[in-house]
Design a protein around this ligand. Structure first.
Ligand code: SF4
Ligand code: SF4
Ligand code: SF4
Length: 272
């Protein structure tokens, strides 16, 4: 059972959140929503352990399409960062703010950047592109994320300060336009830098939350130094350029790890 510890922990965490929110908010949606996401993620982890090749893509599609199509387009809930600011400013602790609190702000203290590896609907598409392993050196462009983060905040704050009417309607269109822009920029950058995850590394504003919180993540890939033969295979397959052989919190690009398990599967000595 020990090897199934991670999916069991994740399922328990999601169920705890689902039941707590269902009872405190008296809304069955939270029970169904977080149970569905927890089950999908745990199923993916289980299949990964069973070495099913497309396990992660399956979870990305299960969770990503649910959030993009059902929550975003059908329920018209802006789950992008603009939506988070919008609901935060209106003082509404509902789907988008709860989603951010669980998946992107406090959740990463437990499961790091698991959101980025298994649930993000932007990466769901980017991960199908041809550059799974970066073909070029990482660029020093991470500062762009602070600009996109600030722009999203300024955009929403500007709507409130200008007393623009029907902001909820604007948020829906911002969600559609924002997603199209993310996909276009993400795909162009992936081909330009020969790296599927270039958008995540340089542009995504959500990483401003994700990176500092995941620094303290409880769930991390660790290296058994006694088994490691320093072959470097783990680093070569890592889509996020993480030095996973360094067990310290300060490991190179440590806050970029998306728990994709590519390194674990590649290691010839089962050191990870
Ligand atoms: S960095 Fe941003 S775009 Fe990339 S997977 Fe994470 S949330 Fe999605
Ligand atoms: S390959 Fe390993 S270190 Fe790199 S992102 Fe995936 S799980 Fe993290
Ligand atoms: S792939 Fe395994 S053995 Fe090779 S460097 Fe990485 S942890 Fe060590």
């Amino acid at each position: 059972m020990k090897k199934y510890r991670l999916p069991i922990i994740l399922l328990a965490v999601f169920e705890a959140v689902a039941i707590s929110l269902w009872l405190t908010k008296d809304n069955l949606f939270y029970l169904i929503n977080f149970s569905y996401i927890g089950l999908s993620v745990s199923l993916g982890m289980f299949l990964l352990i069973k070495k099913y090749k497309y396990a992660r893509h399956l979870v990305q599609l299960l969770v990503g399409l649910y959030m993009l199509i059902y929550l975003g387009l059908i329920c018209q809930e802006n789950m992008q960062i603009e939506g988070f600011w919008y609901y935060l400013f209106t003082g509404v602790f509902e789907a988008a703010t709860i989603h951010y609190a669980v998946a992107k702000i406090f959740g990463p203290l437990i499961f790091g950047r698991g959101w980025c590896g298994y649930a993000c609907w932007t990466a769901m598409v980017l991960d199908f592109l041809p550059y799974k392993k970066p073909k070029e050196e990482r660029k020093k462009l991470g500062w762009i994320r602070y600009i996109t983060f600030a722009l999203a905040l300024i955009f929403v704050a500007g709507l409130f300060l200008a007393h623009v009417g029907n902001i909820e309607h604007i948020m829906f269109y911002a969600f559609i336009i924002g997603n199209i822009a993310y996909y276009l920029i993400g795909i162009i950058l992936a081909f330009a830098f020969k790296d599927n995850r270039a958008f995540c590394k340089y542009i995504c504003p959500i990483t401003v939350f994700l990176k500092p919180m995941s620094y303290f993540s409880l769930i991390r890939i660790k290296c058994d130094k006694d088994k490691c033969i320093s072959c470097g295979k783990c680093k070569r397959v890592c889509p996020m350029d993480v030095d996973v052989t360094d067990n310290s919190r300060k490991r190179k690009n440590g806050t970029e790890c998306i728990l994709c398990m590519e390194c674990v599967q590649e290691c010839p000595k089962k050191a990870l």
